[in-house]
Design a protein around this ligand. Structure first.
Ligand code: GDP
Length: 546
């Protein structure tokens, strides 16, 4: 009698394969780029992929962006609005490491999606335009990284263009974020005078060559002391001015300590030009040295002391309609511990339901590539039959709980109603589904007799997405009526504290979709008043759902 071959259980995994999982973990780096639109995120992504030997993918990044007015990816609305809301991960190899770059939506109305995607990253790269400095979207995203203690590297882009002085940019980073910027290189001139950069680690000068933009060639490197004699074309006054700035930076600044960077006290700053491909290779080497390998997301008390082969991961994004031919939903999972193998059986920690993961993909736009195995830090797309919720932990053999996904203060609030009473059931079902996907948040007035659906989101377009999907997928027409709230603050309080809470005149007590207490407010000024009137209650702008 023959027996069917079975996959080895992780329990029985040999010590050798635990070591293999650890080797794979240590060679991975998973990060996301945070920036304001037009700072150069797409261009930088392309150039990183160029160095990672993924030129054909690099073309696709640009292609996807320039397709804005052409054929829509998966949603008519996306076509009308010219925005891309899909998000996945790009993978490339560099210097023996596997780098996973999490793609985040560029449009600020979908920043809630970006906030959650950041939770799957072990570090973030903040791209700043030298001419514009820190812009609003970058500022918001940096604060999310700071709240979640995600270390941030800085790339100051467009040094080939005339911009602000690098010293001014460093000063702005320090002033706005209370973090110490530690430059790793220093530009030699800018704009039409841009000639290269000084590597502050060894005083070598990387010379700029504008014809290298789409090539993977390294810069010509000379020593600082030889610069004048070897490169007579570089004006002596430019060399003198750069020398003085470098001296100043050295005297004023501390050196970079990895622990300070990981703890959020320092950010290494790299200057470069994504468009001309200059400074990218230097940045990549620095990035690999500094960015931590994938960390476990388990709560501190549950974190295994030893590397474990038990698989676990969490769902940080659910995306519907990636493929318009099948109205399917894909859950994006970040592997945190152990090894994922196709067909493995896992437990959803929330529902304790067992599920077989037979359809797992690496997803790029419309393309899907089946994944056989994945390691900590990897992102996999799971075609989900409606079992998963945002923030779910999937685990094998032993039930673990991850830290949970944060919910951020919305900035827009509106009551949503179904205008066709005959479609009420479908409306309720659709809305429940969209809330589980994280497409929208919902609050209820804590005192109201009639339960209204007060929807809330960080971006206004999220409401359009919800209405569009209710209408197209559930055939439920809706009406929207805006409410004047601009912020929410969550709080934990005793029953007595809650009954004595003092609210500003225009604020409202509410419960969120998980039943947590919150106050809805109309202005920053109201927040100050709320804090002043209730000094014994802690109000929070972000809530971690576990
Ligand atoms: P994103 O919106 O952040 O993805 O920005 P893009 O990568 O699309 O860049 C916005 C614009 O800035 C485009 O026209 C790019 O060609 C340009 N750009 C990006 N990087 C550089 C750079 O290093 N130097 C210059 N001069 N232009 C750049």
């Amino acid at each position: 009698m023959s027996t069917l071959p079975t996959r080895p259980s992780t329990v029985a995994r040999s010590a050798q394969s635990i070591a293999e999982i650890e080797t794979q973990r240590l060679r991975r780096r998973t990060f996301a780029i945070i920036s304001h639109p037009d700072a150069g995120k797409t261009t930088l992504t392309e150039k990183l992929l160029l160095f990672g030997n993924s030129i054909e993918i690099a073309g696709a990044v640009r292609g996807r962006k320039s397709e804005r007015t052409a054929k829509s990816d998966w949603m008519e609305m996306e076509q009308e609005r010219g925005i891309s809301v899909s998000s996945t991960a790009l993978t490339f190899e560099f210097a023996g490491a596997q780098v996973n770059l999490l793609d985040t939506p560029g449009h600020h109305d979908f920043s809630e999606d970006t906030y959650r995607t950041l939770m799957a990253a072990d570090a973030a790269v903040m791209v700043i335009d030298l001419a514009k400095g820190i812009e609003s979207q970058t500022e918001k995203l940096f604060r999310v990284c700071a709240l979640r203690k995600i270390p941030v590297l800085t790339f100051v882009n467009k040094v080939d263009r005339r911009g602000r002085s690098p010293l001014e940019i460093l000063d702005e980073i320090e002033r706005k974020f209370s973090i110490e910027p530690v430059p790793q290189n220093w530009p030699l001139g800018s704009g039409e005078d841009f000639r290269g950069f000084v590597d502050l680690h060894n005083d070598s000068v990387h010379l700029f060559d504008e014809h290298r933009a789409n090539r993977r060639i390294s810069s010509k490197v000379v020593s600082w002391s030889d610069l004048e004699s070897i490169q007579p074309a570089i004006r002596p006054d430019l060399i003198d001015a750069t020398g003085e700035e470098v001296e100043l930076v050295r005297m004023a600044g501390a050196s970079l300590e990895r622990s300070q960077f990981l703890g959020g006290a320092q950010t290494p700053v790299f200057f470069g030009s994504a468009l001309t491909n200059f400074g990218i290779e230097h940045f990549l080497h620095g990035f690999l040295k500094l960015c931590p390998p994938p960390g476990s997301r388990q709560t501190p008390e549950q974190r295994p002391a030893e590397p474990s082969s038990n698989f676990s991961g969490f769902i940080f994004k659910i995306q519907a309609n990636l493929d318009p031919r099948h109205r399917d939903r894909v859950a994006f999972l970040r592997v945190c511990n152990g090894m994922f193998e196709r067909d493995m059986e896992v437990t959803i920690a929330r529902s304790m339901k067992k599920i077989r993961l037979s359809r797992a993909f690496r997803i790029f736009g419309q393309d899907r590539q089946t994944i056989e195995e994945a390691y900590p830090g990897d992102i996999i797309g799971l075609v989900c039959p409606g079992e998963f919720r945002l923030g779910d932990t999937l685990c094998q053999n032993e039930i673990v709980h991850q830290e949970g996904l944060p919910q951020f203060s919305p900035e827009f609030f509106a009551v949503l109603d179904c205008t066709d009473t005959a479609r009420r059931k479908q409306f309720d079902r659709g809305l429940k589904q969209l809330i589980e996907e994280g497409a929208i948040q919902v609050f209820h007035d804590a005192h109201a007799k009639r339960r209204e659906n007060l929807l809330a989101a960080v971006g206004e377009l999220q409401f359009d997405v919800v209405r569009y999907r209710l209408e197209s997928e559930y055939n439920a027409p809706t009406s929207l009526s805006w409410r004047p709230y601009k912020l929410a603050r969550w709080f934990n309080a005793t029953a007595e504290q809650k009954s004595n809470i003092k609210l500003p005149y225009s604020a409202k007590l509410a419960l969120d979709q998980f039943g947590h207490d919150a106050v809805l407010l109309q202005s920053e000024w109201d927040i100050k008043a709320l804090h002043r009137a209730n000094p014994d209650i802690r109000f929070e702008e972000m809530r971690v759902t576990t």
